[in-house]
Design a protein around this ligand. Structure first.
Ligand code: URA
Ligand code: SF4
Length: 229
């Protein structure tokens, strides 16, 4: 009986100290309690993504491994709210192992800057992680072989918005063969709490300045929705 009383007293004390602590935290601006503090979940995301990178660096799931110099896994924030998806590495990307570092990449960096974003704020990746020879179009079987990696990147990073750049990204992610000109310009539902915006690929924009206006419209729409996140 004596022991029971003691336990009850201890419990009351813990409860009262917890209440006091929470009251203080609320006064300091605390609004919600999470069992997994943000710093911990961000560290986990970073570690999981790095493990996946190591795995992809050894990938031989499609014949593109034979001609690559480097796997281009993608780069940026492991907890980005916005992920950009292109087609496949080109020559410069294959040589450096980084996405969008050639001419199209420089344009992409400028496009991001025009809506107030830095490359590090987002995650930049591709449908294929290895360069197709002579920059030919990705083959359906290559896209199929590589898809699991982008799928896992999306599940780790958990972006709220996906920007699909170009036909291959838009059609693969939306599982459609609708033309990019019809897919762009509006958000599409992608998964629970995730929306996808499609636009022309920056390389297409370099070849065809007529796409500029449409891309600018898409970027304004992206900025508006991104700022609400
Ligand atoms: N084009 C792409 O689609 N991806 C890159 O990484 C570079 C150019
Ligand atoms: Fe593997 Fe993708 Fe590279 Fe093919 S393109 S070898 S599936 S990482």
């Amino acid at each position: 009986m004596e022991e029971k009383k003691k336990i009850l007293e201890d419990f009351r004390e813990v409860l009262s100290l917890t209440k006091k602590y929470l009251r203080q935290e609320r006064e300091r601006g605390l609004r919600e309690i999470s069992y997994k503090p943000q710093a911990t979940s961000h560290r986990l995301q970073k570690e999981t993504l790095e493990k996946l990178r190591k795995e992809v660096e050894g990938c031989r799931k499609c014949p593109l491994w034979r001609s690559r110099n480097n796997v281009v896994f993608g780069e940026g924030s492991p907890n980005a709210k916005l992920i950009l998806v292109g087609e496949a590495p080109g020559r410069n990307e294959d040589l450096q192992g980084k996405p969008f570092v050639g001419a199209a990449g420089q344009l992409l960096t400028k496009i991001l800057a025009s809506i107030g974003l830095k490359r590090e704020d987002v995650f930049i990746g591709n449908i294929l992680k290895c360069r197709p020879p002579m920059n030919r179009n990705p083959k359906p079987e290559e896209i199929k072989a590589c898809w699991g990696y982008l799928d896992r990147q999306l599940k780790i990073i958990k972006p709220k918005i996906i920007l699909a750049m170009g036909t291959f990204a838009a059609q693969t992610l939306l599982k459609t063969d609708e033309r990019i000109g019809r897919l762009r310009g509006e958000f599409h539902p992608f998964a629970k709490g995730v929306r996808l915006l499609a636009t022309y690929h920056p390389a297409a924009l370099l070849r065809n300045p007529g796409y500029k206006r449409a891309v600018w419209e898409d970027m304004k729409l992206l900025k508006k929705e991104y700022e609400k996140l």
